[in-house]
Write a protein that binds this ligand. Structure first.
Ligand SMILES: [Cu+2]
Length: 339
């Protein structure tokens, strides 16, 4: 149901309200014919100190029926959803640990191949709050609650959304994103991912990215609150490229046998993964309104999306003239002004 075309520009982050989903052209309800295979990504709960913990490291993950050794956050593809409830003066604390131990130096040239190749370490990482309106360097100093322990910034300060920070193998970084420091942060669907120059793409094509939802007044609107919410993190992982190497039977996953090693192997026509699944089935009663929070977490391009009414319950084909009604009410984590 997701149509991919690199030539169509579309929202990287979008909120959609879907009216009247159906997968059957003859009026018969589709839900009698199958089992739902779609599931929202798991949500990350903070620890007892209110800190979200992200472990960047190699972990085995089953994708499209085969086991792969992936770079992951917390062993999940995609990473877990972080949801920040409505409120005031919200501070989001995240501790990131880099679980890799060895250097993985590569010569990388620009996407078009024109620039001189430079050396980058694929195992270096950091954390970026994509869509966040927060300090880029360090969080504000707070002598009443200073940063202590491994991975703090200078002077007892937490890191802000610092994409220039490098978190080396075995090291940690402590972040604090003060959402409402200069007024209430806009509500919406954002995401988080590594942003280290030279190693962002290889990590993101492994699925090292997750949704970051900031709730606000819109979420309390009765008409919105009553909808079924779906969170979709869409990855383009080159599982079927010749360079992808699934784990062999009995193989453990470690940083020496990573499966996805080539970020340029994502090409048009490869299956996209929605929450780590290829073509997951969503079952929706006719007439039901759903709220879809979508994050396109692919690297090479944009994603275009259309929803069609399928010609059978398995959606093996569809009628291009019968579109399912969608209303886009947000883009790039920002609610459109008329909603
Ligand atoms: Cu980003």
């Amino acid at each position: 149901m997701i149509h991919h075309s690199p030539t169509h520009r579309y929202a990287r982050l979008a909120g959609l309200v879907l009216f009247a989903a159906a997968c059957s052209d003859n009026g018969a309800p589709a839900q009698s014919n199958g089992v739902e295979t779609f599931a929202n990504p798991p949500e990350l709960s903070p620890d007892a100190d209110g800190v979200y913990r992200l472990e960047y490291g190699p972990r085995p993950v089953t994708l499209d029926g085969a086991r792969y050794c992936m770079r992951t956050y917390n062993g999940l593809v995609p990473g877990p959803t972080i949801r920040v409830r409505a409120g005031a003066n919200r501070r989001v604390r995240i501790d990131l640990h880099n679980g890799f131990t060895r250097v993985d130096g590569r010569e990388v040239s620009g996407m078009e191949g024109h620039e001189a190749p430079t050396c980058h370490d694929f195992n270096l990482t950091n954390l970026h709050f994509h869509g966040g309106h927060v300090r880029p360097d360090l969080a504000a100093a707070d002598p009443t609650a200073p940063c202590t322990g491994d991975g703090c910034g200078p002077d007892g300060r937490f890191y802000g959304d610092n994409v220039l920070l490098t978190v080396a193998q075995g090291r940690s970084a402590r972040y604090r994103w003060d959402l409402d420091e200069d007024g209430t942060h806009h509500e919406g669907t954002d995401w988080y991912h590594p942003h280290t120059h030279g190693s962002t793409a290889i990590q993101v094509v492994n699925g090292v990215a997750g949704a970051l939802i900031v709730e606000g007044p819109l979420d309390a609107e009765p008409a919105v609150a009553a909808t079924r919410e779906r969170v979709m993190v869409i990855n383009e992982i080159p599982l079927h490229h010749e360079t992808a190497m699934p784990l062999r039977e009995g193989d453990a996953c470690n940083e020496n046998n990573l499966s996805i090693d080539n970020f340029l192997s994502v090409t048009e026509g490869m299956p996209m993964l929605v929450n780590g699944r290829v073509k997951p089935r969503l079952i929706t009663a006719p007439g039901q309104v759903e709220r879809w929070r979508m994050v396109y977490a692919g690297t090479p391009d944009e994603m275009a999306m259309k929803l069609y009414v399928g010609s059978d319950a398995n959606c093996t084909s569809y009628n291009p003239l019968r579109l399912v009604q969608m209303v886009q009410y947000a883009r790039d984590g920002i609610t459109m002004p008329h909603y």
